[in-house]
Design a protein around this ligand. Structure first.
Ligand code: C2O
Ligand code: CU
Ligand code: CU
Length: 436
C-alpha cells in the first residue's frame, strides 16, 4: 500500500517461458505465473495497477465485475497498451461496493480469447465488511488451455473459434489436480473463478457439505445447500465447504451449452473429470461459530423501472454482402449488428433503473456480461426468480431468455456488454453502452 492507503500492484504481461501445470510452457502469464497474483481489496479502496506489456501484441486490462468508473484511467477497455508500453490504471471502489470474488484479464478486442487461453488472468477478492468464521479461505481459479508436446500454445481451429475454444488441459491455480488438505469438521470458504475462455463447468465435491453464499457478487438472503454448481465462463462461486473425513474429488462435469444447429455438429462443455482432490484427515476440529446473516443485498424487484429494453443475441451464416466476417463465414451479433467501437448501442441515464430482456435466438447458449453495473436476475424464461440474485454474467440459453434489472446509480462513460464466450466476443458479439 502507498502512503495514502492505495493498494498498488504491478502486472507484467509476459510471453515466453511460463510455469503451467508444473512445467515450462511457451504461453502467457502476469508476472511469469498462471494465474496472476490475487489482489485483495476492501470496499472504499483505491487500487492502482501498472500494466506493463511485454507481449508482442497489444493488450490492456479489465477488472471483471468491479463496480468502478469505466472512464479515463479507470476500467477503460478502449485503452490500447502497445508492446513495450505500460499504462497506469487507477480504480476507486465505492464505500458500498459489494463483497465477492472478481477477476482481471485483458480486453483488447480481437485477441481477448487468445490472451486468456494463453494464461492472462487473476483473481480479485473484495472482502466482507465482517469476516466469516472459517478455518481458511481458498481462491480456486479454474482455467483451460491447450499445449502441444513441446509446451507451445495450440492454435484453435475455425470450428473451435465458432463454438468457443475449450482446452484439453484444465487447471486449478495453474496446476493439474492439486491436492488440498483439511481436518474433519472445518469450515472453509472457497472462491471459485471460471476463467476458462469458453468452457462451462458443473462442479461437484461429493462427500462434503456445500453451502453457496452467492454467484458473482452479493449474497443470497441465506446460504443455499447445493450438490453442484454450474458456472458459465466468467462466473464465480462464493462457497462454504464443511469438511467430513475422507477423500473427495472436485469434479467438473459436462454442461450442454448447445451447438451450431443443424449439420454443423454439437458442442458441449464435456466432462473433464477430476479437477482437484480434497483430503480430509486428522482430529475433528472444534465446531465453527455460526455463519452470521448475510449483509442484505439490494432488491430491485419492487423498484420503479424507467426504461425497458430488449436485446437479441444471434448467430448467422454470413455469405451475403457485408456478412460472414467471422470464422467459417459465421456472424455473431447482438441486435443484428457486430461490434463497432465507434457506435453507441445503448444510451442510459445515470440515476435510473432499467429492465433488460435478453433473448437468444441461436442454437447455442451465450453468457451475457455487462461491465461496471451488476445485473439482478428477475426472470428466467419468463418465470420470476424467487431470490435476490446479482450476477455480472447471466447465461442466456439457446432459444431462451432472461430478464435483468440494472441500477445505473453512478458512473458515466462508455463501456461494453458482450457474450463471455470470448471467441464470440472477439468475433463481434459485443455492444457499447454509454451512461450519462
Ligand atoms: Cu470478463 Cu468484458 O469481460
Ligand atoms: Cu467484464
Ligand atoms: Cu456466445
Amino acid at each position: 500500500r502507498s502512503a495514502d492507503g492505495a493498494l498498488q500492484a504491478r502486472l507484467e504481461a509476459v510471453a515466453g517461458p511460463v510455469r503451467i501445470a508444473g512445467r515450462e510452457a511457451t504461453a502467457y502469464g502476469y508476472n511469469g505465473g498462471v494465474p496472476g497474483p490475487t489482489l485483495r481489496l476492501r470496499p472504499g479502496d483505491r487500487l492502482q495497477i501498472r500494466l506493463v506489456n511485454r507481449l508482442d501484441a497489444p493488450t490492456n486490462l479489465h477488472v471483471h465485475g468491479l463496480h468502478v468508473s469505466p472512464e479515463g484511467n479507470g476500467d477503460n477497455i478502449f485503452v490500447t497498451v502497445d508492446p513495450g508500453e505500460s499504462f497506469d490504471y487507477d480504480y476507486r471502489l465505492p464505500e458500498d461496493h459489494p463483497p465477492g470474488v472478481f477477476w482481471y484479464h485483458p480486453h483488447h478486442h480481437g485477441t481477448v480469447a487468445d490472451q486468456l487461453f494463453g494464461g492472462l488472468y487473476g483473481a480479485i477478492v473484495v472482502e466482507d465488511p465482517e469476516e466469516l468464521p472459517v478455518a481458511r479461505e481458498r481462491v480456486l481459479v479454474v482455467s483451460d488451455t491447450s499445449l502441444d508436446a513441446a509446451g507451445r500454445l495450440r492454435q484453435p481451429s475455425t470450428m473451435e473459434r465458432m463454438m468457443g475454444r475449450e482446452g484439453e488441459l484444465i487447471l486449478v491455480n495453474g496446476q493439474v489436480r492439486p491436492v488440498l488438505t483439511a481436518r474433519p469438521g472445518e469450515r472453509e470458504r472457497w472462491r471459485v473463478v471460471n476463467a476458462c475462455t469458453s468452457r462451462y463447468v458443473r462442479l461437484r465435491l461429493d462427500g462434503q457439505q456445500l453451502d453457496l453464499l452467492g454467484i458473482d457478487s452479493g449474497r443470497y438472503a441465506e446460504p443455499r445447500r447445493v450438490e453442484e454448481i454450474v458456472l458459465a465462463t466468467g462466473n464465480r462461486a462464493d462457497l462454504l465447504v464443511t469438511t467430513a473425513a475422507g477423500t473427495s474429488t472436485l469434479q467438473a462435469l459436462g454442461v450442454d451449452r448447445g451447438g451450431m444447429g443443424g449439420m454443423m455438429g454439437g458442442s458441449v462443455s464435456g466432462d473433464v473429470g477430476p479437477l482437484a482432490t480434497l483430503e480430509v484427515t486428522g482430529d475433528e476440529a472444534a465446531p465453527a461459530a455460526p455463519v452470521p446473516p448475510s449483509p442484505r443485498s439490494r432488491d430491485l424487484r419492487g423498484t420503479e423501472v424507467t426504461e425497458r429494453r430488449r436485446l437479441t443475441f444471434d448467430m448467422g451464416m454470413g455469405g451475403g454482402m457485408g456478412g460472414g466476417m467471422g470464422p467459417g463465414g459465421m456472424t455473431f451479433t447482438i441486435d443484428g449488428r457486430e461490434f463497432d467501437p465507434d457506435r453507441i448501442d445503448q444510451t442510459v441515464s445515470v440515476g435510473t433503473v432499467e429492465e433488460w430482456t435478453i433473448t437468444n435466438t441461436s442454437p447455442m447458449d451465450h453468457p451475457m456480461h455487462l461491465h461496471v453495473w451488476p445485473m439482478q436476475i428477475v426472470a428466467e424464461g419468463g418465470r420470476p426468480v424467487d431470490d435476490v440474485r446479482w450476477q455480472d454474467v447471466v447465461n442466456i440459453p439457446a432459444g431462451g431468455e432472461a430478464t435483468v434489472r440494472v441500477a445505473f446509480d453512478d458512473f458515466s462513460g462508455r463501456t461494453v456488454y458482450h457474450c463471455h464466450i470470448l471467441d464470440h466476443e472477439d468475433n463481434g458479439m459485443m455492444g457499447v453502452i454509454a451512461a450519462g
